[in-house]
Design a protein around this ligand. Sequence first.
Ligand code: CTP
Length: 391
Amino acid sequence: MHGKRILLIVGGGIAAFKALELVRALRREGATVTPVLTAGGAHFVTPLSLSALAASPVHSDLWSLDEGGGMGHIELSRSADLIVVCPATADLMAKMTAGIADDLATTLLLATDTPVIAVPAMNVRMWTHAATVANVAMLRERGVMVIEPDDGPMACGEFGPGRLPEVPAIVAAIALHFAPKPLTGRHVVVTAGPTHEPIDPVRYLANRSSGKQGFAIAGALAALGARVTLVAGPIALVTPPGCTRIDVETARQMAVAVEAALPADAAVLVAAVADWGVIASPDKLKKAEGMPRFDMVENPDILATLGHSPDRPRLVVGFAAETSETVANAVAKRVAKGADWIVANDVSGDVMGGDANTVHLVTADGVEDWPTLAKAEVARRLADRIAQEFA
Ligand code: CTP
């Protein structure tokens, strides 16, 4: 972030006090920070504290910048490499969506052609309100990077999503924005999540995959500039920025979606695909009819099909979910499925729902044991390794 110029718009919410910590953290990373304080923000932090921490004057009045032909606000927005809105209140995001420019912050946001990162923080009901949901979707569509808020207890006493993410997570998202984009021009297909195999119109076979690791990998690849097609099983996670998502339910639908997404430079198949489906009953099975007997059918092996296909991407990466002999099984799977790499993990603990993962990277050259890492960190490392492969 060294030498990067960040315009920080501080909105009016209790989380505004964390903007002070953010200013310090960004300056520690080598960025210069020019603060813009809204009238609401000034109820929570003072211009003096912001100015002292940023070592910069604080801008807050649209009309006091009228030097140089009345274009001060345009210059201010254009002189930055990045605009960060933190906290981004429901009101600020609504104004951004509608193109309202009734104070300095909103005028800057309307006048700018600089990338914008919004870090929302608000009450859970405001965050989940249909108006905010629609505004966030629209802003993302227009290229604003809206960071997901954290989940948990709120200053107002309620509980749920809407908390400002921790400052290191905000700094990491900003750092990612400035990171080089070595996968620009590359197309990567990622599968993630479980599949559901219907038994009858109301029941299905499933597995415990949360989709977190696959979604994190898709996001990390997109952050490195790749065009990512994310083929997702039934999972309610937010689509990472920069990914085109295709939702599927069954293994067969996933196989069709992956094939349709080709050609690709790389494929990372993380999904926990059901190995077997059931010949589903068209009608709901009734208890009175006695214990059901299922006729199972083998599902296509998407990884093996892709690994041996003439349309094979240059790099095919599979996962191996094991509960014993993790590395030995992964080594065998790599060869059997025609994959270049296998990321092996022991799923006997709470890996499938949890946030951490201990993996081994199996390649033709051998086995690398990675330490236990957050799934987001496993994703970043794997994306970096993939980028090296295409360097
Ligand atoms: N996979 C796939 N299609 C399937 C089954 C698995 O594409 N029908 C992929 C997974 O996405 C993963 C890899 O194959 O990348 C290994 O999955 P895993 O469940 O560990 O292995 P299986 O082949 O299902 O073997 P087993 O369950 O017997 O260990």
